[in-house]
Design a protein around this ligand. Sequence first.
Ligand SMILES: O=C(O)[C@@H](CO)OP(=O)(O)O
Ligand SMILES: [Mg+2]
Length: 406
Amino acid sequence: MKAVIFVIDGLGDRPNKEGNTPLKEANTPTMDKIAKEGICGIMNAIDIGVRPGSDTSHLAILGYDPYEVYTGRGPFEACGVGIEVKPGDVAFRCNFATVDENFVVLDRRAGRIRETEALAKELDGLEIDGVKVIFKQSGGYRAALVLRGEGLSDKVTDADPKKEGRKVKTVEPLDDSEEAKRTAEILNKLLKIAYEKLNNHPINEERRKKGLPVANIILPRGAGKVPYIQKFEEKYGLKGACIAGTGLIKGIGKMVGLDLIEVEGANGTPETNFMGKARALVEALEKYDFVLINVKGADEAGHDGDYETKKKVIEKIDEMLKYIIEHIDKDDVYLVLTGDHSTPIEEKDHSADPIPIVIWGRSVRTDDVERFDEFSTYKGGLGWIKGKHIMPILMDLMGLAKKYGA
Ligand SMILES: O=C(O)[C@@H](CO)OP(=O)(O)O
Ligand SMILES: [Mg+2]
């Protein structure tokens, strides 16, 4: 028996004035078929009322307790773009962003700039107070930063103010250790250097001419040291793979020991290579017992408050699922279809609203649910579960769960 966890990033939403959500309104015949044939419920990845990041939620869905293993977003983002984070390193997630001359953030994502390779190269390899700067773009406006050198600490605050109209935050130490002070100092120097190097870069001059937001600063957040995480195969005895377009999810997959399957054109945006990822999943099941697949576009649309795009992405994902269930053996594969968190259009950020979940496969206790949306699946047989329940339920269905007791 094999298993797939299919995560529609940012899936859940809140009803608009007409009582609709992109998922409820989207034309999703296959998701509804899966709901009808499967066992449904609603799920909070971490816990009821907890607003998760994509990082902590995916760790929880894979059965890891984020409160134990999570050391910050940075190391996962760095790992996802191929930076080997070593003991002593401090890693950060960064956004390329747009600031004015007073360092007030005008656009946290620099207009969702797509190409940032050349800008990243301006920062990669710098040295500040004897500390090496490793900097790689992580898909569009996202990037990973690793500081490598003596006497560093991850106990520093974010520079990212998380909202437009606010100034870039001065990085502060979170404790009174020399290491934290030194790391904060280096980051504040790096922010100034980044602005000097990026503000008048030819790419940004071009963007100014086209009236596009420039990418003239980096916003580090999620400082962390390399975490210790038990490998997935050791934890479950399953050989696993990960299919994702965004650096963060690739990093989560790699950090827990899943094999990354790269798909041409899989870029974490609403224009990703949907069907390429679907085909890669079906192929991967020939070789792997377990596949985690993440499709990111609905989350991006949620963050942009773009209802129609979120609905379109969901419909594209439904086409993926049509192909997938036509090409996998229901008696051999369990499919979990869910999300990692809600990203409501009205919020333009993650929320704690639970998300629909359905488990499809042999001998599941099919319930009366016939629609896959936020208003239907809670009536299903799974009830209200947490991310940590998914793997134990799958292991039991697959006949791999250890008995507790004699
Ligand atoms: O990476 C992303 O897509 C988002 C959400 O995790 O980050 P940000 O809000 O900084 O764009
Ligand atoms: Mg997410």
